[in-house]
Write a protein of this length. Sequence first.
Length: 551
Amino acid sequence: MKYNNLFKKYAKVALSLILTFAIMLSSSITTFASTIKKDYKTYVMAPLEDIKDNEWNTFKEKLITLKNNGVYAITTDIWWGSVEKNGDNQFDWSYYKKYADVVRSSGLKWVPILSTHQCGGNVGNGETTVSLPSWLWTKDSKENMQFKNEEGQYIDEYLSPWWSGIEQQYDELYASFAENFSDYKDIIAKIYLSAGPSGELRYPSYNSNIAGWTYPERGQLYCYSEAAVKDFQDAMQNKYNSISEVNTAWGTNLTDFTQIQPPTDGDNFFINGYKTTYGNDFLTWYQETLEKHLAKIGSLAHENFDSVFNVRIGAKMAGIHWLMNSPTMPHAAEYCAGLYNYSDLLDQFKKSDLDLTFTCLEMNDSDAYKDNYYSAPKSLVIEIANLAKSKGITMCGENALAIVNNNQGYQNSAEALFNYDLSGFTLLRINHILSDNGKFTSDFEPFIDTLVRKPVPVTFTIDNVNLNNGEKLYLTGSNWEMANWTTGLYPSEFTCKDGKATVTVYLGEGQNYEFKAIKKDKSGNVTWESGDNHSYTVPEDGGNYNWSWNN
């Protein structure tokens, strides 16, 4: 079956895009009114592995299929370990130029990711491995160039932000990319920077292949190299004028700043120590190292790319959602990764003029206490989205794990995208919706219907509504995606004035819905509008629907 006219042939669209606000959130999370950005776009991640010589034609056909079905761009890891593997400042861009030619011929836009991290060892990497350039490690010692954890293990999947040579290496890489791809600025829609392991702004705190980590453990702190410890000591010396001031603040008996160390007992620190002044000082410094690193690579990127490509530049943050609600060490997994104060982290995105991509949009909070995961991914996504919006940061979303035969994963993603003003979504990954031979998988249609096509605004107006003090008006529907007639409530409250109630919601084009309205008093008691069910089929550009309240 041909899908070139998929938009017309399939009326099913994302019905729960904006219809499931009733998630169990903490009282500190404030939601914004539903909006959909006019420039919302959908992206798809390219395969991790290189395209083989006999696969280019098939790959092009896949890209054309994406283009014909509304996908805006393909995102591609450009591996540092591949383009500069032959030696310092010896770049070979030939593969990626051929790649860009194929993307251009397909009609899609291109989002290159300057991937200065290792491919391999993390979830979703499969068997593909691309290490950092081997010659790098001759530049300096492990203590200066690599991360070192609580157990003394070194990890080389990303350069340590404490290494003094990192700026020169990234500047050379960025400059070479700009020089070699200036002729492709017609297809380059955006550029992403790898800001840490897996391309995410974080420490390598969890990596099952290298550090022996198993989900949902907290992971490990990675600040025990000589360079890291010295930086912590210097930071505390800058904050406190004397070691006696440190002792007063921390309740310690140190005699010199060289005695200041990262936590010596990680588990105890995340149970008790993080609550202390020392704990706050340490975790603040630990995160500030990431903020300084983001500021550095952001500045280098703007210097090299702005005048050449004139596109937005972005970076990714991981949705580290497990142990958020742990009764013994809450947020320990986030803190190990360096994510201590999200507001301050996003302030750096704003200062650096970088767009933000955040992961785990596909997940639920429903298994929050299952098997001691204490996980709250949906709440975390909403928290970050609201922070980004309040700070004026452009935010895009991404699934953390593959969405395979899981319509709820698409619907969860759509809720976040269309309820919290996100600018786009990147699907991980093309092989989950198009097979090796280019055929549609079972996930192709749900992805296109739910995340590529946007809902349209529909305004409902109800006349003759008389509300007493404390009463509120809600919409409810018979479709399971919206709510059950008797138990569920459409979460958007009407705005009521002078007997007239109005609300604007976003619904799937071409879909027929049935509605009723209810009033709830301040005690939660329900009064139903007693008229017939109201049916509405959504036109392409949305519309308006009016009825009168009948008691």
